[in-house]
Design a protein around this ligand. Sequence first.
Ligand code: ADP
Length: 256
Amino acid sequence: MAKSSENIIEVKDLVKKYNGFKAVDGISFEVKRGEIFGILGPNGAGKTTTLEMIEGLRPIDSGEVHIDEFNVNNDPNKVKSVIGVQLQSSAFFDYLKLTELLEFFGSLYQRKVNPMEILKEVELEDKAKSQVKTLSGGQKQRFSIASALVNEPKVLFLDEPTTGLDPQARHHLWGLIQQIRDNGKTVVITTHYMDEAEILCDRVAIMDAGKIIKLDTPDNLVDRLIKKGFKKKKVEKAANLEDVFLDLTGKLLRES
Ligand code: ADP
């Protein structure tokens, strides 16, 4: 059991070495039930390695991870029953319809799924009979999230979910991720976009060189920096170029 019922994930002194190099260097943190938790950091910081150890996909050198009532070190398969991990589009067979793919993924978990219900959650009902190759970038991302929902997970892991999407599709996906959380799931997300983290995440852990260097709410982190006397070189206006872009082109999704 995660030691506190408030926490759905507890990570303690997690370490991963590659030939003596510590890619993850003794990190500890907790994720609370129902929050959207961000893991941020520059390339090579150790985010993917951390996520994959938590998900039970990469062996842990030392340290412990508890998810819900399971210890990842002892029960990796049980952990897989409570987590949802996005599949990459290379895992999608071209000749199957979206509904058939979801049924197939469900069968991997020995679960009978209701594909239309899952497609509704990611607003792809009208694409039910389409093949993945005909989807737009945003639709593919949404389907990849759908693939992570087939086992009705308690925790959803999203690895850079909006990379490569246009502003309309990003904003739309943020709304969907918030909805999935509001429906009772915990979300752990990695991203390179600070605006995304600021809008979506209740708390963020900032990683660098295998360590967590700061963990707090985006608001507290910004306030603390300002308190230290930080001044922006250019004072921001009440709107930015993205606001202009969305004002001109609208928030409507551009997909058929
Ligand atoms: P991030 O996701 O933050 O970009 P990674 O977890 O992918 O960081 O990588 C952290 C560090 O570990 C990097 O220096 C990377 O080169 C190294 N690394 C990751 N996977 C392997 C591997 N399989 N073998 C050797 N080194 C690796």
